[in-house]
Design a protein around this ligand. Structure first.
Ligand code: CUA
Length: 157
């Protein structure tokens, strides 16, 4: 064996190690059940929002005894519906999508805070016990009117 053969052996050994690491990482993740969340996001074509059964007419719907669904559309520079009105002692699932650019749906004083991306539907379920009034703001810079992009959430008795 000359020196070149050793070098080749080392190269091969290094390659095997690298491939081995990649395989471990790849199959290790699969084994742990890690999947891309992005693949599971419900989607909606922004151009089809107006004709959509839920988002064509943004609103709050009564779907169960104390259960409500709110369909909300964010666009420069407003939220719709505005105000969003839900009763106290309710469980509300928000479905929020964006018509144009990335916004956020952030309800001040609560932990409701989600990015709203065109083409995707953000979903979160929240329980409201007490009546109250909350301001809704957009936390993602979305253009000249970003700082004025506000809405209201009324939890009514
Ligand atoms: Cu919408 Cu900032």
């Amino acid at each position: 064996m000359n020196i070149h053969t050793y070098e080749k052996l080392w190269l091969v050994a290094a390659m095997v190690l690298i491939v081995g690491f990649i395989a471990t990482i790849t199959y290790g993740s699969v084994g742990l059940g890690i999947t891309m969340v992005g693949d599971q996001q419900p989607t909606i074509e922004p151009s089809e929002i107006s004709d959509d059964e839920r988002f064509g007419e943004p609103r709050v719907e009564h779907v169960g005894e104390n259960e409500y669904e709110a369909y909300v559309v964010a666009q420069t520079f407003a939220f719709s519906p505005d105000p969003i009105e839900v009763p106290a002692n309710s469980e509300v699932t928000f479905y929020v999508t964006a018509r144009d650019v990335i916004h956020s749906f952030s309800v001040a004083g609560t932990n409701i805070n989600t990015m709203v991306i065109p083409g995707e539907i953000a979903e979160m379920t929240v329980e409201f016990d007490e009546p109250g009034e909350y301001g809704i703001v957009c936390n993602e810079y979305c253009g000249s009117g970003h700082h004025d992009m506000e809405g209201m959430l009324h939890v009514v008795p």
